[in-house]
Design a binder for this molecule. Structure first.
Ligand code: NAD
Ligand code: UFG
Length: 348
């Protein structure tokens, strides 16, 4: 393990991407200090990361909207930077509960920035999303593509991006990395941490995985009449471990260079829904039953990144392909059929 490079507050560190990033941070010599309210995660995730790194990680249970708690945590642990994952992320739910989404995502980020200012912490890494681009006018999506989100969730991400750009330009010293993720999937090879959505999964890969493990009867393929090679939606799936490693690169870029930046984190390759079904079938050795359903409101035909800027700025590019994404996602799901709540089997 590398020498201690410093401490980083990781909000939402118990979540899917946050837990993998904590693992990557420790592997690169950083110490994550995790703040999470567990509204969409389990403390077991952090227990398991601690086991993997053979070290007890600091976990603060609390809400990012508690500015005093954020300030105290930053000061108590002398944090040098913040990686901000905490927030709500379900597109459909954001149409039903926009006040909750603006509250958690926009007011939450504002609270955290206030706390950082009070604690004189100036480096901020933000989980943005490809959803800020809205309907693609051209592909692949470059960072200068117009920003026009089509749902409240995406609007909250854009609002925080704008807030960050304004604060960064105000001369108060804030340096920020705005990372626009495409579609994270997969899991750490240990099978100890992975994606564990509550209720019916909104996203494709966790849904396929739950069909494969027998928790759901079949996948609904939402539309097969798009203008794509097989008629189903095309997305840029990225292995969560590649994504986690990009956060370490972004942090180290903020430490070694002045200024702020915004980058796409994707692979640059698009796969259709049926490509992912076939990839998963290969990984799990089972047939994934599916039915063609109607299009999901608000979906676009194709979305994939131009990942060139991330490579230029961060020296990072995704290295894991569809086979590893499906294999690792399946290995996690089959080892933990009910996610983190998998009961321990006791002999009869
Ligand atoms: P996740 O739900 O697994 O993780 C989010 C974590 O934040 C959870 O542990 C949750 O308990 C915590 N949290 C939420 N609100 C909080 C609050 N007010 N205070 C403290 N903790 C809080 O989600 P994820 O997939 O790991 O996503 C992480 C970030 O990346 C989110 O901001 C999300 O919007 C963004 N993102 C995710 C995707 C994706 O497809 N997974 C794509 C683009 C962007
Ligand atoms: N799909 C199905 N059946 C399902 C779920 C999804 O056919 O049960 C299809 C969708 O129609 C789409 C593709 O699978 O064509 C991917 O859908 P996801 O819901 O997995 O992903 P999205 O691209 O719609 O959205 C995700 C996150 C957003 C994020 C975006 C970034 O949910 O928060 O990726 O690109 F902004």
């Amino acid at each position: 393990m590398n020498a201690d490079k410093g401490r980083v507050l990781v909000t939402g560190g118990a979540g899917f991407i946050g837990s993998h990033t904590c693992l990557a941070l420790v592997g690169a010599g950083w110490t994550p200090i995790i703040l999470d309210n567990f509204c969409n995660s389990s403390p077991t995730a952090i227990k398991r990361v601690s086991e993997l790194v053979q070290r007890e990680l600091v976990l603060v249970e609390g809400d990012i909207r508690d500015t005093d708690l954020c300030e105290k945590t930053l000061k108590d642990h002398s944090c040098e930077a913040v990686i901000h994952f905490a927030g709500l992320k379900a597109v459909g739910e954001s149409h039903e509960k926009p006040l909750d989404y603006y509250d958690a995502n926009v007011l939450g980020s504002h609270s955290l920035l206030r706390a950082m200012s009070a604690a004189s912490v100036n480096r901020f890494i933000f989980s943005s999303s490809a959803t800020v681009y809205g309907v693609p006018q051209s592909l692949p999506l470059t960072e200068d593509h117009p920003l026009a989100p089509t749902n409240p969730y995406g609007q909250t991400k854009l609002a925080v991006e704008n807030l960050l750009r304004d604060v960064a330009q105000s001369g108060q010293g804030l340096q920020c990395a705005i990372l626009r993720y495409f579609n994270p999937v997969g899991a750490d090879v240990s099978t100890r941490i992975g994606e564990d959505p509550r209720g019916i999964p909104n996203n494709l890969m966790p849904y396929i995985a739950q069909v494969a493990v027998g928790r759901r009867p079949h996948l609904n393929v939402m539309g097969n009449d798009y203008d794509t090679p097989d008629g189903t939606g095309v997305r840029d799936y990225i292995h969560v471990v590649d994504l986690a490693e990009a956060h370490v690169k972004a942090l180290e870029r903020l430490v070694s260079h002045d200024g702020s930046f915004t980058v796409n984190l994707g692979t640059g390759t698009g796969y259709s829904v049926l490509d992912m079904v076939r990839g998963f079938e290969k990984a799990c050795g089972k047939t994934i039953p599916y039915e063609i359903a109607k299009r999901r409101a608000g979906d676009v035909a194709s979305m994939y990144a131009d990942p060139a800027l991330a490579e230029t700025l961060l020296g990072w590019r995704a290295s894991r392909g569809i086979d590893e994404m499906c294999r690792d996602h399946w290995n996690w799901q089959s080892a933990n059929p009910n996610g983190y709540d998998t009961p321990v089997e006791t002999p009869a």
